[in-house]
Each structure stands twice: as structure tokens, then as C-alpha cells.
Design a protein around this ligand. Structure first.
Ligand code: B1M
Length: 210
């Protein structure tokens, strides 16, 4: 098994200590930092994303894998040179106003981070005005909104309308998700995309960023 395969394997197994040890070994052996991230750590997390999508892995295992991957990336990140920053774009994420459910949203954020997207997580119960202020401040490529209640999903529409009023809608892509949110609803409220799960949300963000 190659060093990269061992690293991927450690991420898939969610073993933080093993991943930290293997990452340090890879650094000491002089392997290229970007390859350690892409061919080892992110490669492992891609497998996790696919298995989660297929129902072969579950939330706690995905969280452990994401934690292991993050621990490895943190060791390698300081070694990347300026031109090598691994960021593929910026995503602003939040659960809408009145809604405190954040497990799904956190998974979406982890998957996105594992694909080298910069994630700014506004947390839960984020009202339209807060989303608008954060879009002005951070200028993200993508805004992702999560809702788990049939009552709060309407806040997605309120947020998009406020972004339109403020002239901010055209400069960003919007994706929505959460158990009660359907593709038809996403289209109705003028979102750019809908995803059924965290791994698909990551794929969609990357696709929309282009
Ligand atoms: Co609540 N809750 N809850 N709850 N809760 C549900 C959602 C509910 C379906 C339970 C039920 O009645 N069967 C129901 C909603 C009914 C409805 O509106 N249709 C409900 C209710 C009613 C409530 C309260 C009103 C209960 C009460 O107090 N009377 C209350 C509301 C509080 C509030 O938000 N204001 C409430 C509270 C809570 C807890 C705080 C106790 C807790 C949340 C803890 C937390 O999140 N930190 C909780 C929980 C845990 C649930 C259930 C059991 C599980 C939700 C979950 O985390 N699923 C849920 C019932 C259920 O789903 N079985 C329920 C796992 C998670 C990985 O899945 O969030 O769907 P999910 O995320 C998926 C996808 O949806 C997608 O990707 C994720 C991963 O693949 N996804 C996105 C999510 N966001 C996305 C964003 C994207 C793309 C994809 O793009 C940006």
C-alpha cells in the first residue's frame, strides 16, 4: 500500500491519531504537501462522501472521518506556499431563522471543507438580515441554506427576496437543502440548486463555482 493509500485508509476509518502520524511521516519523507492533501487526505474523504451517499456509512462515522482529515490538513496547511492555497472558493452556510437543527448543515460544511472550499458557518437561527450582512462582508461564491422544519423553510424565500432587494442576488449562487426542502421548492424560490445530502451539496457547490 502506498503512503497516500495508507493516509486515505486512515481517514476512511476515522482514526485521528493514525492520520496525524501518517501525515507527519509523509511530511518527514519529503512528499509534496499538496499531494498529501489531494491524493491522501481528500481522496479518503471522497470515498467517505460516496459511501455516505450510498447509505454505506452513517453520520457519526462521517464526522470522525472529517475530524481525521482536518487534523491531517492542519499539519500540512502551513507548508503550502502562497500560490498553492488549496481553496477552491468560499461558501457561506447557515440554518435559517427559527430553526435550530444543525447536524445536517454541519455535515454539509465538513464535506465542503474536505473538498478545499472555505466555509464560513453562521450557525443556526440565521435571519435574512444576518445572511445579507454576511454576504456583504464575506462576498462568498455560494450561499448554502439549511432548514429542517416545514415552517422555517419559508425563510429561505425571505432571504433570497432580501438579497434581490439589496442587489446581491446576481453575484452569488444559492443552494438549499434539508429534509422538507424539495427540488420544486428550490426552483420556486429562485435558488440555483438543491441537494439531497451533504456529499451532493459539496458536488453542487463545486459545479456552480465552475
Ligand atoms: Co427536530 N424535528 N425539532 N430536533 N428533529 C425533526 C426535523 C422532525 C422531522 C421530527 C418529527 O416530527 N418526526 C420535526 C419536523 C417536522 C416538520 O416540520 N416537518 C421536528 C420538530 C417538529 C422539532 C421541534 C419543533 C420539536 C418541538 O420542540 N416540539 C423542535 C424545533 C426546534 C427549532 O428548530 N426551533 C425540534 C428540536 C430538535 C432538537 C433540538 C431536539 C434536535 C436538533 C439538534 C441539532 O440539530 N443540533 C432535533 C432533531 C435531532 C431532529 C431529528 C430527529 C433529526 C434531524 C437530524 O439531525 N437528522 C428530526 C427527525 C428526523 O429527521 N428523523 C427532527 C440527521 C441529519 C444528518 O439529516 O438534517 O436531514 P438532515 O441533513 C441531511 C440532508 O437533509 C441534507 O444533508 C444532510 C446530510 O446528508 N441537508 C442539506 C441538510 N441541510 C442541507 C443544506 C444543503 C444541502 C443539503 O445545502 C445548503
Amino acid at each position: 500500500m502506498s503512503d497516500f493509500e495508507k493516509l486515505s485508509d486512515g481517514v476512511i476509518a476515522g482514526e485521528v491519531d493514525r492520520v496525524v502520524g501518517l501525515t507527519q511521516e509523509a511530511i518527514d519523507d519529503g512528499l509534496e504537501p499538496k499531494k498529501i492533501i489531494n491524493n491522501g487526505l481528500i481522496a479518503g474523504m471522497s470515498v467517505v462522501g460516496q459511501r455516505f451517499k450510498d447509505g454505506d456509512m452513517f453520520v457519526p462515522e462521517v464526522m470522525m472521518a472529517a475530524k481525521a482529515m482536518k487534523s491531517g490538513v492542519e499539519l500540512v496547511n502551513p507548508l503550502l506556499t502562497d500560490g498553492e492555497t488549496s481553496s477552491k472558493g468560499k461558501v457561506l452556510l447557515g440554518t435559517v431563522a427559527g430553526d435550530l437543527h444543525d447536524i445536517g448543515k454541519n455535515l454539509v460544511g465538513m464535506m465542503m471543507e474536505s473538498a478545499s472550499l472555505d466555509v464560513i458557518d453562521l450557525g443556526t437561527d440565521v435571519d435574512p438580515e444576518e445572511f445579507v450582512e454576511a454576504v456583504k462582508e464575506h462576498e462568498p461564491n455560494v450561499l448554502g441554506m439549511s432548514a429542517l422544519l416545514t415552517t422555517t423553510m419559508l425563510e429561505m424565500q425571505n432571504t433570497i427576496e432580501l438579497l434581490e432587494e439589496e442587489g446581491l442576488r446576481n453575484s452569488l449562487k444559492i443552494i438549499v437543502g434539508g429534509a422538507p426542502v424539495t427540488p420544486d421548492f428550490a426552483e420556486e424560490i429562485n435558488a440555483d440548486g438543491w441537494s439531497p445530502d451533504a456529499a451532493s451539496a459539496k458536488d453542487q457547490a463545486l459545479e456552480l463555482i465552475g
